[in-house]
Design a protein around this ligand. Structure first.
Ligand SMILES: [Fe+2]
Length: 465
């Protein structure tokens, strides 16, 4: 596939510039030593437009591309593939982009709408394994299944049981193995809650009332509750269909936090009004008596623009904690750190339970529009201390994933894996020991890997056949 994207857009150049090839490389150069306990595959998804975008490009628009680094016995190999969505296949047949994006929506030709719909399922945001299957996820559409060689198998609706979209941020409950999820929609019902059981069957789907259609990127899940943040990033379908940005920040809509009992999902959500703010990503949630405690990266308002509203001063997220008591009807909020950060992660085996450690990407603004991820901060959430590891020589990282070391009991006994690209455009998969926050290995990638969104570690035993 050719990539022809010379547009001077900050999200199509530098570390964001898409790559044009699909590769298979074995025997990657390793600097340092990959621990022998690391046996599995790091997969990461991100936007990588295959064809020159039509109209103004938004960083969320590009076709999904999954990068996979397989590690075994201290050696590493690399593979990457585009997610071959029905929309991308139609565009490749036409030899040009047919769909507009979030900043400048355009209806594709009628025959493409009939075949694919009005919007492309880019499946570009996250990639995770569940019940022996690998899914590429994008919040406005259904999951797209990939096989063990990253070939696209197609959209999944769990035997017709999934209506509407699925978030790119479902949570796996480590006790039950359930995939706890939701989907939002610009048309009613605006929100649905879903549970996919450990065998991969969708067993629960519940409609949830919201006052209006909002972009809800993530949610938080404890051992017993799901917590929804109804924040005023509103859809405007009319604006979108006329080619203007389809999402706008509207604090007059108000904001609410809702708590759902996972054991009684049909009993409704308890909502508590709060002052407007915005969160893209939550770190975790845990139960504390009647209350549920949530940590996440909060900003004053939506910190990604969709149109020409750059007159607004940029805002950036930092780590906060909310204590939400649905019985008392109260929410208290605490700022945990002043540093700019996002992409929070933790040991997934402790999801929904009280955590001691959380890991966030630290952010460095570049100009008014772009941010770079300059390092990782490890937070001790119990005693309030933190340790920062900065990428050398102005390197740009992203979200780290935590891989537990089965030979260590400590919560931070494991490694953090993150793609880091240096100023010369070389990318390495950096492996940090999470306990010491020191680098133990760097795997040199065969070429630059563009900045992307989310990924996961898939142990050998969980990789799809
Ligand atoms: Fe995300």
């Amino acid at each position: 596939m050719d990539t022809d994207v010379a547009t001077p857009n900050p999200y199509l150049s530098g570390p964001y510039e898409p790559v044009a090839d699909e590769r298979d490389d074995v025997g990657l150069e390793v600097v340092g030593t990959l621990p022998p306990q690391l046996r599995g595959t790091y997969v990461r998804n991100g936007p990588n437009p295959a064809l020159a975008p039509k109209g103004r490009y938004h960083v969320f628009d590009g076709d999904g591309m999954v990068h996979a680094v397989q590690i075994r016995d201290g050696a590493a190999s690399y593979r990457n593939r585009w997610v071959r969505s029905a929309g991308l296949e139609a565009e490749l047949r036409a030899g040009e982009a047919l769909f507009g994006g979030l900043s400048e929506f355009r209806l594709p030709p009628a025959e493409v709408v009939a075949e694919v719909g009005v919007m492309k399922n880019t499946a570009n945001t996250n990639v995770l394994a569940h019940a022996g299957r690998l899914f590429a996820l994008m919040e406005a559409a259904k999951p797209v299944e990939l096989d063990g060689r990253l070939a696209t198998l197609g959209e999944v609706d769990f035997g017709g049981r999934l209506h509407g979209a699925m978030t790119a941020h479902p949570k796996v409950d480590p006790a039950s193995g359930e995939l706890v999820s939701f989907g939002y929609s610009p048309v009613p019902p605006y929100l649905r809650y879903h549970v996919v059981d450990a065998s991969g069957a969708l067993t629960t789907e519940v409609d949830i009332d919201l006052p209006g259609p909002v972009m809800m990127h993530d949610f938080a899940v404890s051992a017993t509750r799901a917590v929804f943040f109804d924040l005023p990033a509103l859809f405007d379908l009319e604006a979108m269909l006329s080619g203007r940005p389809g999402i706008r920040w509207d604090p007059s809509h108000g904001a609410r936090i809702g708590v759902l009992d996972r054991a009684a999902p049909h009993d409704g959500v308890t909502w508590i009004e709060v002052e407007p703010f915005f969160v893209f990503h939550f770190l975790n949630a845990h139960d504390d008596g009647d209350a549920v405690v949530v940590e996440g990266c909060r900003s004053e308002r939506m910190n990604v623009t969709f149109g020409e509203d750059h007159v607004l001063e940029p805002v950036y997220p930092s780590l906060h904690r909310w204590r939400i008591d649905p019985v008392a009807g109260t929410v208290t909020e605490t700022r945990l750190d002043d540093r700019l950060s996002d992409f929070p992660r933790h040991d997934d085996a402790r999801a929904g339970r009280p955590l001691r450690y959380g890991y966030v990407g630290s952010m460095r603004p570049v100009g008014r529009e772009r941010i770079d991820f300059s390092g990782l901060v490890k937070h001790d959430l119990v005693d309030g201390t933190s340790v920062e590891h900065s990428w050398a020589d102005g390197g740009m990282g992203g979200e780290a994933v935590f891989v537990a070391d089965e030979e260590r009991d400590a919560e931070d006994g494991g490694w953090l894996l993150d793609f880091v690209t240096d100023r010369s455009g070389s990318t390495e998969l950096v492996v940090l020991d999470a306990e010491a926050m020191e680098e133990v290995a760097r795997v040199r990638m065969p070429r630059r890997i563009p900045f992307g969104f989310h990924g996961n570690w898939v142990p050998e035993a969980a990789w799809p056949a």
